[in-house]
Ligand binder design. Structure first.
Ligand code: ZN
Length: 144
């Protein structure tokens, strides 16, 4: 019972703090984003097709397990977390302002939007979500 109460408190007060992968400082609302470059998505997709052709011609994609392994094939296009001022990329990006991605609820809402994008699974979005989730869970446990 007590544990359930603690979790609820944790989830009400949870707020995920993003850290810039360039300068390693916290990113305040309105000053940065979580983004992925379209060029990286295209490269990831091309590499996946190439790998599939290779594996098929080598007869290595036969069983359901083979395909399951293949579908989590890396490398994927990486979501990066940066201050606007730290981001020197001029390539077209898909970006989400950090203030719109501060809680599990935000993540669920963005995921239900992104899941309609044919390119989502070429990116490491689920990994990002898992990292955020474990960090928030750790926070709730510490505060509880
Ligand atoms: Zn920065």
């Amino acid at each position: 019972m007590a544990e359930t109460g603690q979790r609820r408190v944790g989830s009400l007060s949870e707020r995920f703090d993003w850290i810039c992968d360039r300068c390693r400082e916290l990113i305040a609302d309105g000053t940065g984003s979580v983004s992925v470059a379209y060029a990286d998505i295209q490269r990831a997709r091309a590499e996946r097709w190439q790998a599939m052709e290779l594996l098929l011609s080598a007869g290595m994609l036969r069983t359901e397990d083979d395909w399951a392994d293949f579908l989590v094939y890396k490398p994927q296009a990486r979501w990066t977390v940066r201050h606007r001022a730290c981001d020197r990329r001029s390539r077209p990006l898909y970006w989400i302002p950090v203030e719109q991605l501060r809680s599990r609820r935000d993540f669920i809402s963005w995921t239900s939007h992104l899941v309609r994008k044919p390119w989502l699974l070429e990116t490491d979005w689920l990994l990002l979500m898992a990292e955020m989730n474990s960090q928030l869970t750790g926070m709730a446990a510490r505060h509880g």
